[in-house]
Design a protein around this ligand. Structure first.
Ligand code: MG
Length: 458
């Protein structure tokens, strides 16, 4: 059976990998799986959005679902609205942080969370066998408009923080909206919190001509310069569907998401003691920052495979303080157990107000580490297991974790080796407590992997 869903939904180049025909079939399969009901559709700013929304709406209607359209909205906005406005499913048309030619589809369950892997497999099975539900002519619904979704979401984020506490501080925040739907929600949330907002890249532009859709310390570099010029307390940069938020501090430094999430998780454990003292993150997050900082504070860190959907479902099942990824995704379970860029921003302001500290002072509490990321080509049919065993022999004095790929944790460095889910490469991630060691470990590891591949393929 074929596979359609990747790490987070279905993605493809508009009119090539992702055609209107495919979009319609995905909607037909999802509606057949659901067995009928009300479905809320939303989109981000990307090319082909209206075409895919029309195809999705047609597919849903032909199978007896009732399609409603929320228009432009962040993914977490649609996710928040689905259970609160009594929808049975949501379909978000977005390719998140992918380059401009891409669009995609995320299927959201009635609880507002992306459907679990086993449901994706059932939807794929229905699609590939074309076992679509069909309803008679008089049960085919028209597309209706849902006007409340964005407003309900913004109010939901605002109501999840201490508004009076934040308002007293009169914060200034630079928002980079990635020229997409984050621009429609986060500035509204911040203004409701008495914050002055300087909005960059807040015009809607599917060509993303000013900034790539992925927020990183590099892509937000120019925005970081502005923070100090305007004397802002914080920078927040979203991806194109605004489920991610990458934070920059008042000193003009932009931090990966595992650093900001570590601070937030400590704050949530102090402010909301009713939550179980554990957090969930992907193996790709920094071991030294997350485990090294939170572990001694009595917070259990649970390492999970890469992919936010699994983190969400584990957080719901087991309960905890937070779920997060180094890419800027952060889940605040007292709001909703999915990544939410505006919620992360509001919670960060609440933390600054509660401690009465600057963002730079908080980030300075975290260990200083030196990460290096890279990749090597992976030959077809290459067996990763053999490579893992080879590396375990070589680094036998270290600790191993094989929840996703191979993670090797040594005294003053750790690394992660795993196959990419989207391209034929092996991803390497190294982090050490000094820059010279990080470079040495990375160079040695890369060479070891290349030699091992050459030895078995020659
Ligand atoms: Mg995203």
């Amino acid at each position: 059976m074929g596979k359609l869903f990747g790490t987070d939904g279905v993605r493809g180049i508009v009119n090539e990998g992702l055609t209107p025909e495919l979009a319609m079939k995905i909607a037909q399969a999802a509606c057949t799986w659901l067995g009928g009901g009300k479905v809320l559709i939303g989109k981000d700013v990307r090319y082909g959005g209206d075409m895919i929304v029309s195809a999705v709406s047609a597919g849903l209607a032909s199978c007896g679902c009732k399609p409603y359209y929320a228009g432009l909205i962040p993914t977490p906005g649609l996710q928040y609205a689905v259970p609160r406005l009594n929808y049975d499913m949501g379909i978000m048309v977005t390719a998140s942080h992918n380059p401009p030619p891409y669009n995609g589809i995320k299927v959201i369950g009635a609880n507002g969370v992306e459907v679990p892997r086993n449901a994706e497999r059932v939807i794929e099975d229905i699609l590939f066998n074309e076992r679509f539900r069909k309803v008679p002519y008089n049960l085919v619904s028209d597309l209706r408009v849902e006007n409340e979704a964005l407003e309900v979401y913004v109010e939901g984020v605002v109501s999840s923080v201490d508004v009076d506490l934040i308002k007293k501080k009169e914060f200034k925040v630079v928002v980079d909206g990635a020229n997409s739907v984050g621009s429609l929600a986060t500035p509204k949330v911040l203004r409701s919190l008495g914050t002055k907002v300087l909005c960059l890249n807040c015009n809607l532009d599917p060509s993303f001509s000013w900034r790539e859709p992925e927020p990183t310390p590099t892509s937000l570099g120019y925005a970081a310069k502005i923070i100090r010029e305007v004397g802002a307390d914080l920078l927040v940069g979203h991806d194109a569907d605004a489920d991610r938020a990458i934070i920059g501090d008042d000193a003009g430094r932009v931090h990966w998401g595992d650093r900001s999430a570590t601070l937030l998780t400590e704050y949530v454990s102090q402010r909301y003691p009713q939550l179980p003292k554990r957090t969930f993150t992907a193996v790709s997050s920094s071991h030294f920052v997350v485990e090294g900082y939170l572990g001694p504070k009595g917070i259990e860190v649970r390492w999970l495979p890469v992919g936010s959907v699994n983190i969400s479902h584990t957080l719901i099942r087991e309960g905890g303080l937070s779920g997060f990824e180094e890419n800027g995704g952060y889940m605040h379970p007292l709001h909703q157990p999915v990544r939410d860029g505006a919620m992360k921003t509001a919670l960060f302001l609440e933390m600054l107000a509660y401690y009465g500290k600057k963002a730079s002072e908080l980030f300075d509490k975290l260990p200083k580490t030196y990460p290096i990321k890279g990749k090597v080509p992976r030959p077809p049919n290459f067996n990763m297991r053999n490579l893992y065993e080879h590396l375990k022999d070589k680094y036998s004095s270290c600790k191993f974790d094989e929840v996703d790929g191979l993670k090797v944790v040594c005294e003053d460095f750790w690394f992660l080796v795993r196959p990419s889910g989207t391209e034929p490469v092996i991803r390497i991630m190294v982090e050490a407590l000094n820059p010279k060691l990080a470079r040495e470990v990375y160079d040695t590891l890369k060479k070891t992997i290349e030699l091992f591949i050459a030895s078995i393929t020659s």
